[in-house]
Every structure is written in structure tokens, then in C-alpha cells.
Design a protein around this ligand. Structure first.
Ligand code: ADP
Ligand code: MG
Length: 700
């Protein structure tokens, strides 16, 4: 008998070699294996007669290989494997490219199952073919109960293991698995939803019974699937709920006080009237700040909606009450810019403000650290250098994290730990769909700014190819002649790669010498020294540099309202959300603004279609959703260390309803936890599954 914690090498059919291969994919225990669910199912209780296949029809057939041959084309050394497969009704040719080993696998006489689309044969031949179908060779000794004669699971390949081998191993593991497994979900929850118990759910998700609804199964929405997804989300959300509870159980501290003089001082700083959405959100934040328990809030809103100023006002509220506020930005450039613009806004109003990044060294650094400890610096702006041990405050009351999803629960806790009672406000740079917000930021309460400042006009976005380049430059020149400024963005996928950086530098040089010899062309990239960067940004902000060539370092937060044109080179290399973020650098003033996407020569048809979405909408939430659908959550958030918990069965887009349901139940249960007899088991299970993840990612 085995149970879920048994290492895989003890499962029948998995030797040391296979268990090592599985471990490279993170599969170590029986549980890991059983949560590796099929990505598709095939109904092998009935096969289509080969004669009934039609062009364009996807289907599964079973037949015998009659002839097989491997050919190589003389040009380009392509290998083509072709076999004729026949059943009682007829035959079909199957064709594979560059898989010469099939010559041995799909040998004449073999019984095979093929799944694929039938298409008309080409090159003057008649009949139908299947090109590169999914295939499985049946063996004589095959146990019909596993591989055929039923709805069978098809798995994503694992190293050294075909879908068929995985099927056999999973079947063996389920056969040996203890009949009664502890079920971590509180009993009532599964029953109320008609979910099968855990063990049954695992068995059913791999080997569904005869009468299963195949469509539900294929969609990953059978009761067994939903049960496993619910469980996964439930414990993640329980982790978030408990994190919140820990905060709420801290000893009370007097909340901030807001009276008319304070309100007046805050208003005096503002160069404009807040939008209704900004006012609403500021009220939500201030309300938290005034309460006796610390705030944990996420501030969301589309690019340019004015999140920064809200965070600044919240900071001033803390400062007016005799405390300190810290503002943490994801890059040095952004920190420097916030520092500059805050200083401008706060000029002469008696709020000293300091900058702390890795670039601030020596005496200057010592001075900042000292001022923070003494409390003579009320507002600090910086990068994650703020998290360092030596950074201590006299009374840190508010920590604002302007982030790119890089910091997890643990980093937030670290920052919070720098004060006796620190409110935490996280701001996302990119709007993210609700489902993702709940998964990544489930411990935070949400505030949304859903309105742009008045007078904003959507950025006119167009797609232009190489032939249009002279026209694009003419347009830039016209805008500059009207006193506007332009960005030419040269996107680097990896800011640290020399070859990429060289290309950007070369391009800036060419623009300066050949295209705009009479204009000052600035260059901004992540490898400039802080002073150089400050100088370039300062001159661009002051309007003395009309054309700025920049790498993606300008992606987040750069704010120069007079810039009205952005040309994005090789735009297809970027995700939509990132492009939206970049585009958000223009259209910040009230003049008409333009974004010109110039795909590189290697842009594919599909990537052009993607870029077309940018031309159709300026709504960051719509773009985010499309981006998430197209690229999946990891890519979407941009870094591998994205802070997304790795879900084994749940799908953020598909399973939003289950996620919301599980979250409600988890928060409800957390509130009554003390009265629940099996609370110890619940918490242990949550920690085993998510404890490490809720700490989430490394900083950086
Ligand atoms: P984001 O939400 O992308 O961080 P910012 O805070 O950078 O947006 O604001 C974008 C621009 O809009 C800034 O130039 C800011 O000064 C300006 N802004 C913010 N709120 C308002 C407002 N209520 N009225 C006019 N301009 C505003
Ligand atoms: Mg911003």
C-alpha cells in the first residue's frame, strides 16, 4: 500500500531512472504524480471508422499499419515518414516530418490509435491524410482497461515518458493507493457542492467512468476537476485569510487623525482637482489609516489614472501625524523620478524628502540613514534598497510599494516590520484581471481607480512597417516643431545583454547623426550611471531634449506630459500589457498623442494580429485580459519570479467562479477558525501546500 507522500520510485513501473526523470519536472511523490492531470481525454470506447473521416474533421481512429516508409528529401535534408493505416472500413495515409524514429515505432503490423485532423492529400495525390497526428501504439499484452475500450487520459509528455507510459504508471499508482485517504477539505464544503471525496476525485480525473460527460471533462470542469481546483484555491485563500487575520490580531494602535487644518495642508500640495475615483479611493485609504489596525491595500488602476498622487497624499497624512512614509519603486530610474517630482510638489512646504537606492553611497547614504533614524527625514523614496537591515526609521507609518509584481507577502511583511504599526499600500503598474489579483494579492483589500483625469484623449495607435519609416520620422519632426517631445523606444528584452544594448546605442547614434542632425537626441538606458540618467531625464522633463531614445527602462511611471509621440521599435517582441504600459508614457497631457508600433522584420502574422489589439483599444483592463489569455499568467506578469503561486490544477482564467467561491469559504472559515475542531489539520495542510509560496518570491 502506498499513500500520497510515498516517493515515486516505490510505485510499480517507476524505477530509479524514471523517478529521476520525473524529479526533474518536480514530480517526487505519488501526490505530485496524481496532480499531474491529463490535458485531454480520448473516447476509445468508440473509434471512428476510417472511411467516415472527412476533410477538416478531427477524430480518433484505430487501425493497423499496412506499409511504412522513411524518405529524405535531397534538398534541406528533411525526413518524411509515411505510413498507411487501415481498419475494416478503409485506410488513411499518415505523414510525419523529421521524426525518423517512427520508422521503428509505427512498423507494419502494429496496431495504432491516431488522433488528428484529416486533410486532403496534396501534390496530386488522392484521398485524405493525417499530418503529424497524435499516436499511440497498442501492444498485444495491453490491458484493455487502461489504454483502450474506454475514455482514456492523454497527458502532457514528461521527460522520458510518453503519455502512454504515464497512463500506465498513474493507473498502477491509483491501484496501490490506500483506499481511504484523509480529506483535507472541511467535510461540509465538498458535499454541499456535490464534489466527490478527494481520493475518488483523483481516480475519476484520470480514469473517468463510462457515463462521463465528455465535454465537461475536456473542459476540465467535471465534478472531479472542480473538486480538485476548489481544494487548491481554498487552501491558497485560507493562507491569505490567515495572513490578514494575523495583522488584525496585532495590538491596537491609535489611528491617524485627520482634521481640517490637515486637509487644508494636503489640498495645498495638489496642482489639480482629484477625479471622483481618486477621491473615493483616497477616502478608502485614509479610512484604513485612521483605524487602529494596519492597512493592507492594493491600489489598481489603468496607466495614467493618477495613482502616484494618491500615494503621496496618504504619505503626507502619515507625516502630518508625526510619522514617516516610505515609497518603494521597482527601478532606480523610477525612484529617481518620483523623488524629483515629489520634491517639486512639496517645494517650500516643509516636507524634507530623501532618495535611497543602491547608487546612493558613502557620506550621502550615511546622512540619509541617520536622518531616517532621527526622524528628520519624513519621506523616503527608493528601490528595494529600502528593505535592507540598516534602513531603520524613527516611526515608519506608511509603506507604498509601486511594484511590478515582484514582491510577495514576505517582502511586504519585512517592510511592515520596520515600523511599530506600518500601513502597506501596494500599487500595480499594470492593471491586472480580478482573478489574477485574487491569486497574487489575495491578502490585500482592493481599491480601484476606474477613471482617467479629465481632458485625456486616447492615444492614437497605429501599426507601420519599414516602408513607412521616412514618413514616421517626418511626423516626429512636425511634432517637435510644434514644441512637443517624442520617445523612440528600443525594447530590450534583457537590459543586461550587451548585444541588445549595443543595438539601442547604435540606433540612437544613427538617429542623431542621420535623421535629426539638427536636434538634440538623448539616450536613456539601464546601464547609465545614476548621474547620467538624472541628467538625461532632467533635460527631457525640462524640454531641452526633444527626442529621447530609450530602452524599456522607461516602461513604468515616467511622467513627462509634453511628450506626445512614441515610436516603439520591434514592438512584436513585447507583451500587450508591457506595450500598454509603454504607451502610457504619452497621452499624459491634454494634447492629442500618438503611438506608432513598428514591428521588426521577423514579426509573424500572429504577432501582428496581437499588435492590432493595441490599435483597437486604450483600455488597460481589456488589454490585460487578452494578454493573459494569450500568454498565460507567468509571462503576463513579466518576470519568472512573478509571485504567482504555481497552480497544479486550477486555471486562473477558466476557474474564476471556483476561485471566488473558494475564497468566500476560506475567509469565512478563517473567521470561525477557533471553533473548528480540525483547525490544526487545516492550517498544517495549508502550510504544507502554500507556506513557502506565500512567502513567495525573492526580491529583485
Ligand atoms: P499612474 O496611475 O500611471 O501612476 P500617475 O500618478 O503617474 O499615473 O499620473 C499620471 C499623470 O496624471 C501625472 O502627470 C499626474 O500628475 C496627472 N494627474 C493625476 N491625477 C490628476 C488629476 N486628478 N487631474 C489632472 N492630472 C492628474
Ligand atoms: Mg505610476
Amino acid at each position: 500500500m502506498i499513500d500520497l507522500t510515498t516517493p515515486l520510485r516505490y510505485v510499480k513501473g517507476i524505477g530509479p531512472r524514471r523517478s529521476e526523470a520525473l524529479a526533474t519536472e518536480g514530480l517526487r511523490t505519488v501526490e505530485d504524480l496524481l496532480f499531474h492531470l491529463p490535458f485531454r481525454y480520448e473516447d476509445r470506447s468508440r473509434f471512428l471508422p476510417i472511411a467516415s473521416l472527412l476533410p477538416g474533421l478531427r477524430g480518433t481512429v484505430r487501425g493497423r499499419v499496412v506499409t511504412a516508409a522513411l524518405r529524405r528529401t535531397r534538398r534541406r535534408g528533411l525526413s518524411i515518414f509515411e505510413a498507411l493505416v487501415e481498419d475494416d472500413s478503409g485506410s488513411i495515409r499518415v505523414v510525419f516530418f523529421n521524426q525518423p524514429y517512427l520508422n521503428r515505432l509505427l512498423a507494419p503490423g502494429r496496431e495504432v490509435i491516431l488522433h488528428g485532423e484529416a486533410t486532403p492529400a496534396r501534390f496530386g495525390r488522392r484521398g485524405l491524410i493525417m499530418q503529424s497526428p497524435q499516436y499511440e501504439v497498442l501492444a498485444r499484452e495491453d490491458d484493455e482497461a487502461i489504454h483502450t475500450g474506454r475514455v482514456v487520459p492523454i497527458y502532457p509528455r514528461l521527460p522520458g515518458l510518453s503519455s502512454r507510459a504515464i497512463r500506465r504508471i498513474v493507473h498502477a499508482a491509483l491501484g496501490e493507493l490506500r483506499a481511504s485517504l484523509p480529506d483535507p477539505l472541511p467535510p461540509g464544503l465538498a458535499q454541499a457542492r456535490g464534489f466527490p471525496p478527494r481520493r475518488a476525485a483523483l481516480a475519476l480525473a484520470h480514469f473517468p467512468p463510462e457515463d462521463t460527460d465528455l465535454a465537461e471533462l475536456q473542459a476540465g470542469r467535471s465534478p472531479a476537476h472542480r473538486r480538485l481546483v476548489f481544494e487548491e484555491f481554498f487552501f491558497l485563500q485560507l493562507g491569505f485569510a490567515l495572513a490578514r487575520q494575523r495583522l488584525e490580531s496585532l495590538p491596537e494602535e491609535p489611528g491617524l487623525r485627520v482634521d481640517d487644518p490637515v486637509r487644508e495642508r494636503l489640498r495645498a500640495v495638489l496642482p489639480f482637482r482629484l477625479t471622483a475615483a481618486q477621491r473615493r479611493v483616497l477616502k478608502e485609504i485614509a479610512f484604513d489609516q485612521m483605524s487602529p489596525r494596519p492597512m493592507s491595500r492594493l491600489l489598481q488602476g489603468d496607466v495614467g489614472c493618477g495613482k502616484t498622487v494618491i500615494a503621496l497624499l496618504a504619505s503626507l497624512l502619515a507625516v502630518e501625524n508625526g510619522h514617516q512614509a516610505a515609497f518603494m519603486a521597482p527601478t532606480e530610474i523610477l525612484a529617481e523620478q518620483h523623488h524629483r517630482s515629489f520634491r517639486r510638489l512639496l517645494e517650500g512646504r516643509g516636507y524634507p524628502i530623501a532618495l535611497l537606492t543602491a547608487g546612493v553611497k558613502g557620506a550621502a547614504r550615511r546622512q540619509v540613514l541617520q536622518g531616517l533614524r532621527a526622524g528628520t527625514i519624513p519621506i523616503l523614496v527608493g528601490t528595494h534598497a529600502l528593505l535592507e537591515e540598516e534602513v531603520r526609521f524613527r516611526s515608519l507609518r506608511l509603506a507604498v510599494i509601486d511594484e511590478q509584481h515582484r514582491f510577495g507577502v514576505a517582502q511586504r511583511a519585512r517592510l511592515r516590520g520596520k515600523g511599530k504599526r506600518t500601513d502597506v499600500l501596494v500599487m500595480t503598474a499594470t492593471p491586472i484581471p480580478r482573478s489574477l489579483a485574487l491569486t497574487v494579492y489575495g491578502d490585500l483589500t482592493l481599491s480601484v481607480i476606474d477613471e482617467l483625469p479629465p481632458g485625456r484623449r486616447p492615444v492614437k495607435t497605429v501599426l507601420r512597417d519599414e516602408r513607412a519609416r521616412p514618413g514616421v520620422y517626418r511626423f516626429l519632426r512636425e511634432q517637435v516643431a510644434q514644441g512637443r517631445q517624442a520617445y523612440v523606444v528600443y525594447p530590450l528584452v534583457e537590459e543586461s545583454r550587451d548585444s541588445e544594448l549595443k543595438a539601442a546605442v547604435a540606433m540612437a547614434g544613427r538617429l542623431a547623426r542621420e535623421v535629426f542632425p539638427d536636434l538634440r537626441v538623448g539616450l536613456l538606458h539601464g546601464r547609465l550611471r545614476p548621474e547620467e540618467r538624472e541628467a538625461v531625464m532632467g533635460d527631457f522633463a525640462a524640454g531641452t531634449i526633444p527626442v529621447l531614445v530609450a530602452t524599456t527602462v522607461i516602461e513604468v511611471g515616467i511622467d513627462v506630459p509634453n511628450a506626445t509621440v512614441m515610436v516603439i521599435e520591434q514592438a512584436e517582441r513585447f507583451g500587450l500589457s508591457q506595450l500598454h504600459q509603454l504607451r502610457g508614457r504619452v497621452g499624459r497631457g491634454s494634447s492629442e498623442s500618438y503611438c506608432i508600433l513598428m514591428p521588426g522584420t521577423r514579426g509573424t502574422e500572429e504577432s501582428l494580429r496581437r499588435l492590432q489589439i493595441m490599435c483597437e483599444t486604450n483600455d488597460g483592463f481589456i488589454i490585460a485580459r487578452r494578454d493573459l489569455e494569450m500568454r498565460g499568467p507567468g509571462e503576463f506578469l513579466g518576470t519568472r519570479q512573478s509571485g504567482i503561486p504555481d497552480l497544479r490544477v486550477g486555471d486562473i482564467l477558466r476557474d474564476l467562479d471556483i476561485l471566488e467561491d473558494a475564497r468566500r469559504e476560506a475567509f469565512d472559515l478563517a473567521a470561525r477558525l477557533a471553533t473548528i475542531p480540525q483547525r490544526g489539520d487545516l492550517v498544517r495542510h495549508m502550510e504544507r501546500r502554500w507556506g513557502g509560496r506565500l512567502g513567495m518570491v525573492q526580491v529583485g
